[in-house]
Design a protein around this ligand. Sequence first.
Ligand code: AMP
Ligand code: ZN
Length: 436
Amino acid sequence: MATPFWNKEIETAERSRLEQLQRERLRTTIGWALRTPFYRKKLAQVGIKAPDDIRSLEDLQRIPYTTKDDLRLSFPRGLLAVEMKEVLRVHSSSGTTGIPTVIYFARDDVDNWTDLLARSIVATGATDSDIFQNMMTYGMFTGGLGLHYGAERVGMTVIPIGGGNTKRQIQTMKDFQTTVVHITPSYLLHIHSRLGEDGIERRDLALRKAFIGAEPHSENTRRKLQDLLGIDAYNSYGLSELNGPGVAFECVCKKDMHVWEDAYIAEIIDPKTGEVLQDGAQGELVLTNLVRRATPILRYRTRDLAFLHPEGCDCGRTHRRLSRILGRTDDMLIINGVNVFPSQIEEKIMKIPEVATNYQIHVDKKGSLDRLTVKVEIYPKLFLGEVARLEALKHRIVEELRASIVITPGVELHEPGALPVFEGKAKRVVDERPKD
Ligand code: AMP
Ligand code: ZN
C-alpha cells in the first residue's frame, strides 16, 4: 500500500545509509551532550570525552542508560546544551508526580521535530486537503503543539481546539466538517458515546481518520473505535523526554509504528538485566536522540514495554516498526502475587460487543487478600435488560479475564456515563491498597 512520502529519500533509505546517518548523527549528538553538566560527568565515567570516542553504532552500548530520575535530578538546567538565549521553547512531561522534567528546544530542534510530525501525518495518507481538529491538550504537554506544527507544515487546515468540552468538540466537528482528529483513544470513545445528544449524529460529521496516542490501548480498542465511527485510527507514540509525539507513527498499513530511525536510535533491553535484546524480543524501549541540540538525550529508559519488528513494511518505508506499547515496567499490578498488566484486561474487555466505551480497574484489600474489580460500562439497552442476561454477561466477562490474567476478578456492570471520564490521558487504575 503506497502513500506519498514527505521525504522519500530518507523514509525509504537502505539500511546501510540509515546506519551511516545514525553513526554520524550519534557523534554529533555526543558533542552536544558533552556540553551539558550531566552528560559531561556521566560520559567521563566510561571514558568518553570527545565525539571521536564513539566510532561505531556498537559503541553506543558503552554509554550508560539515562533514567527519569536522572532528568529530575538535573532540573532545571543540568541537561541544557545551549545558551538559554538560543532556546525557542520549553516543554515538560505531563507527569504529575514529583519534580517535573524539562525539555528545551532550539530553533532547529522545533524545525526537525515538526518535520518528523509532517512525515508521520503524510504516512497515514492525510493531506493538505484535510481539516484537522487537534483535541490534545496544548501548553507544556507536547501532544498539542507538536501535532499542531506538523499539521500546519503539511498544509492541513488546523483547528487548535485543545482538550475537553465534549459538546463543543462535536459541534466544531460538524461546523467545520473535520476530517482528521488527534486525540487519546479513551476520549474518542467518550466522544462517540455522546454523539446524538444534541441532535448531531455520526452522519452529520465528515470524520475519516484519527491519530490516537499518548496512552496505552489495545488492538481491540482501535478496532472498536474504527467500527463504531467508521474511520481509520492510527497509533501515535512519543514522549516528551525525546521530543513528544513523532517518535513512531503508523503508516497506512496500520501494522505498528515506524520509528523514525534517522532521528532516533531504538533499542529493546531486558528491563531486569539491562541486556540489549534482538529484534522481535519483548522488553523495555530505550531511545537516543539523533537530531536534538538543546536537550540531547542518550539511551533513555522509557519504561514502555514493546518489541521491534524484524521484517519490512508494505508501504516501502525502511524504518523499523515498533509494536504497540504492551505495558509499562511500572504499571504492572501484583494481585495476590500474580503479575497483571492493565493492557491484558483492556484487550479482553474491549472485544466483548456488549461492553461500551469506558472501564476502570479497581484494586483494594479485603483482610489480607488483594481484590481486583473490573468496572465496565455497558450499552443502555442492555443495562435495562433482564437480570439473568446481565448475570450471564458478567459471568462471560469474568471467564474471559480469568483465561488471560489467571486470577478471578470481580466484575461490575455500569450504565454509560457512570465511570469517570478523562479529557487527556485516562487514569484507568485505581489502587486503594494501603501503601506500606
Ligand atoms: P509524556 O511524556 O507525558 O508525553 O508521556 C509519554 C508516555 O505516554 C510514554 O512513555 C508512554 O508510556 C505513553 N504513551 C504515549 N503514546 C503512547 C501510545 N501510542 N501508546 C501507549 N502509550 C503511549
Ligand atoms: Zn509502513
